[in-house]
Design a protein around this ligand. Structure first.
Ligand code: KDG
Ligand code: MG
Length: 402
């Protein structure tokens, strides 16, 4: 079997997605997500200009060799654009391999390790009362784990909090918006919020919180310590993670579990974090961390160090990425949690898929391959629209860390 064609499909059914579709001489096709929020066209161009010409004529069964060829052959290794492009190829090749074998991809990864994939939903709101309502709504829908975020009193527009009741979509403007940030107000408010949520919902519901990289290590240590009475499942992205050693300080001060990794694109981004057991959950994703092949390598490395997976699953990761993530989630031994933000009906229609939510779990498709496709005709009806994530400034105007 040979690869005969590969196409990049850019579509915006409510938000932007980039998809790679690979075709073969035997009529079997595969799809891969290549969406990099706010930098979509860079990955599309990388694929079209520099990767697609290298794929034509290759044997699609050689997944590992193709991964190594694209990673090592470029000379320029790693980086989110490169690794999202490699991820798209890798994901599409696993899809093809599953279809050829007549098996869902998780069977090729060693088969099931669990009955369902435990997911967490997002409960967020303008006030603590709104948040309590949202947590209750998620619990009533069957969620066993809920991420809790509220607008910080005194600040306008807190990142990660939706406008009204709509699902939260952070890339919301043709040019980046700006919001104000105060670490003092935030640190004073969050423990009060969790005290209320834990008191209302009892000890069984798993609670999570995302700091979105806004603190320094000592500030994060203070927050982790203050949250210990409320037994969070994890505190996410407490600090920017370029300095992996910075997590030693957090670890030395708090027993609140730490989750990190949604902006990571390679195993080297978390080598110290995992190797020194400085984190508890690694949140890298199929689309941004080099596809199924490389993410499984990260998860296997994590398994040696008591670190579980906690994969990123925001709405900017397409249903193709979610389909692939679930195939991994259900098979690896050290699965922790999977984020689940449902996509809009428009997005679901462009990417018909076979995974389903039931009783707090997502279940992967049982179809051969990944069990997902892209409807190219429908996709063409939603042209690309520039959309950027906002930036945060301190109250005095200083650009704050992301
Ligand atoms: O593209 C950025 C979003 O996916 C991210 O901000 C969402 O932090 C996020 C999360 O945990 O889902
Ligand atoms: Mg996050």
């Amino acid at each position: 079997m040979r690869i005969t064609d590969a196409r990049v499909i850019v579509t915006c059914p409510g938000r932007n997605f980039v998809t790679l579709k690979i075709e073969t001489d035997e009529g079997v096709t595969g799809v891969g997500d290549a969406t990099l929020n706010g930098r979509e066209l860079a990955v599309a161009a990388y694929l079209t200009e520099h990767v697609v010409p290298l794929l034509i004529g290759r044997d699609p069964a050689r997944i590992e060799d193709t991964w190594q060829y694209l990673y090592k052959g470029a000379y320029w290794r790693r980086g989110p654009v490169t690794m999202s492009a490699i991820a798209a190829v890798d994901t599409a090749l696993w899809d093809i391999k599953g279809k050829v074998a007549g098996l869902p991809v998780y069977q090729l990864l060693g088969g099931r390790s669990r009955e369902g994939v435990t997911v967490y939903g997002h409960a967020n709101g303008e006030t603590a009362d709104d948040v309590l309502e949202e947590v209750a709504r998620h619990r009533d829908q069957g969620f066993r784990a809920v991420r809790v975020q509220a607008a910080v009193p005194g600040l306008t527009g807190t990142y990660g909090v939706s406008k009204g009741k709509l699902p939260y979509e952070p890339a919301d403007a043709a040019l980046p918006g700006e919001s104000a940030w105060s670490t003092e107000r935030y640190l004073n408010f969050v423990p009060e919020l969790f005290a209320r949520v834990r008191a209302e919902f009892g000890p069984d519901l798993k609670l999570l919180h995302d700091v979105h990289h806004r603190l320094t290590p000592i500030e994060a240590a203070r927050l982790g310590l203050a949250l210990e009475p409320y037994a969070l499942t994890w505190l996410e992205d407490p600090v920017p993670a370029e300095l992996q050693e910075g997590f030693r300080l957090i670890r030395n001060h708090t027993r609140t579990p730490i989750a990190v990794g949604e902006v990571f694109n390679s195993i080297w981004d978390c080598q110290t974090l995992i190797g020194e057991q400085l984190i508890d959950y690694i949140r890298a994703s199929v689309v941004h961390a080099g596809g199924i092949t490389h993410l499984r390598r990260i998860f296997d490395f994590a398994a040696l160090h008591h670190v579980r997976s906690g994969s990123h699953g925001a709405t900017d990761l397409s249903p193709i990425c979610m389909s692939a993530a679930l195939q991994l989630d259900v098979s690896i031994p050290n699965f922790g949690l999977q984020e689940y933000m449902p996509h809009t009906p428009e997005t679901d229609a462009v990417f018909p898929h076979g995974y389903r939510f039931e009783d707090g779990y997502l279940h992967p498709s049982e179809e051969p391959g990944l069990g997902v496709d892209v409807d190219e005709e429908l996709a063409a009806a939603y042209p690309y629209r520039p959309a950027y994530l906002p930036v945060a400034r301190l109250e005095d105007g200083t650009l704050h860390s992301w």
